[in-house]
Design a protein around this ligand. Structure first.
Ligand code: 5GP
Length: 213
């Protein structure tokens, strides 16, 4: 299919935030979006947590020492950072500002604390989506079916999930993940609509001048 004019006009990139309690499906949705949409790239966070099996430094996270994280904070290298589950996580600034100007969109898999900080700094560039589980029983079932964690860890995750859910009111969009494919289509629809916002389409003035000439 040929590009429509709005696909080729210059536009400013956006910071697309996906948050959810663990077990609500955020990781699957994020992965699918990155696979199927060439205009969005992942904002790779730095973290002091050790890598899990299969995680790759520089792809999943920048895994850094406490001392390195301290240095990055001191040198103001983070857009935002927060303590999450006993470790520190932060969004490095490098590339993001210039990327946005060039029309690159970034996907952020960050928690509510990071979302608040980004929204305070650059509200106009942010679209924040919160994914909810269809019920608390279903969330519990999904956490149990991962079979990775002990009952105590699952109970801890459930308590944290409820704390995370209490921040739903700070997000622009809420999607309930009853069915992963339907949920993905909704998230993709939000991304597409956000791209078409007039304020992001910085090439429109010249385009419309051309129409009226
Ligand atoms: P995990 O350790 O399971 O990869 O991530 C734990 C939590 O930290 C997730 O809720 C994730 O969204 C959040 N997180 C990951 N990177 C960042 C970041 O750069 N900033 C903030 N504020 N949260 C993050």
């Amino acid at each position: 299919m040929a590009d429509s004019p709005t696909d080729t006009l210059h536009r400013r990139g956006l910071m697309f935030i996906l948050s959810s309690p663990s077990g609500a499906g955020k990781t699957t949705i994020a992965r699918k979006l990155l696979e199927e949409d060439s205009q969005i790239g992942l904002s790779i966070s730095a973290t002091t947590r050790p890598p899990r099996p299969g995680e790759v430094d520089g792809r999943d996270y920048h895994f850094v020492s406490d001392a390195e994280f301290d240095r990055m904070v001191a040198e103001d290298e983070f857009y935002e950072w927060a303590h999450v589950f006993g470790h520190r996580y932060g969004t490095p600034k490098a590339h993001i500002r210039t990327g946005l100007k060039d029309g690159q969109d970034f996907l952020f898999d960050i928690d509510w604390q990071g979302t608040q900080q980004l929204a305070q700094k650059d509200k106009a560039d942010v679209a924040a989506v919160f994914i909810l589980p269809p019920s608390i029983e279903e969330l519990h079932r999904r956490l149990v079916s991962r079979a990775q964690d002990s009952e105590a860890v699952i109970e801890d995750r459930m308590a944290r999930a409820k704390a995370e859910i209490s921040h739903w009111g700070e997000y622009d969009y809420i999607v309930i993940n009853d069915d992963i494919d339907a949920c993905f289509e909704e998230v993709r629809g939000i991304l597409q609509a956000e791209r078409l916002k007039r304020k992001r389409q910085t090439g429109l003035i010249d385009f419309v001048r051309g129409l009226m000439a």
